[in-house]
Design a protein around this ligand. Structure first.
Ligand code: HEM
Length: 154
């Protein structure tokens, strides 16, 4: 079994909690990305010309939501089918967007750490190693699929 029912439930439950305050958690998520890797800033169109992480920026929120939501969807696919299922065109598009933005493999680790820290912040006492493990596993599978597609662009 790649992904258990329990792991799927943990991912879904925690996303439900974070979803309740997207402005707060998307800001936290991006602040963490920039804390871990300050140089990542210039890759993002909405961060390039500012000194601080902008509040309530639609593009910033969209990227944060995409990362969390697609990881959550990946968790469901892993439990149901044992593999990542993302529409081919979506994966191709993701590969192309990230390749063109100058994203490199190590950046995926940065984003994963920021995701974990954001979960910690949002879940408080509900956060534990099992939750982290489930999210990490789903994220790793999704990141691998995107990275493979980026190599096609190379
Ligand atoms: C754009 C998802 C990881 C940097 C996008 C878009 C999506 C997305 C859906 C397109 C937004 C649009 O429609 O324009 C994801 C997912 C990720 C991930 C699901 C991981 C599982 C990363 C990482 C980086 C990154 C690791 C680099 C630190 C960017 C940049 C853009 C982008 C720079 C262009 C956004 C802009 O400048 O407006 N991502 N992403 N992403 N992503 Fe990611």
């Amino acid at each position: 079994i790649v992904f258990t029912e329990k792991q799927e439930a943990l991912v879904k439950e925690s996303w439900e909690i974070l979803k309740q305050d997207i402005p707060k958690y998307s800001l936290h998520f991006f602040s963490q990305i920039l804390e871990i890797a300050p140089a990542a800033k210039d890759m993002f169109s909405f961060l390039r010309d500012t000194d601080e992480v902008p509040h309530n920026n639609p593009k910033l929120k969209a990227h944060a939501v995409k990362v969390f939501k697609m990881t959550c969807e990946t968790a469901i696919q892993l439990r149901e089918k044992g593999k990542v299922v993302v529409a081919d065109t979506t994966l191709q598009y993701l590969g192309s967007v990230h390749f063109k933005s100058g994203v490199l493999d190590p950046h995926f680790e940065v984003v994963k750490e920021a995701l974990v820290r954001t979960l910690k912040e949002g879940l408080g006492e509900k956060y534990n190693e099992e939750v982290e493990g489930a999210w990490s596993k789903a994220y790793d599978h999704l990141a691998l699929a995107i990275k493979a597609e980026m190599k096609q662009e190379d």
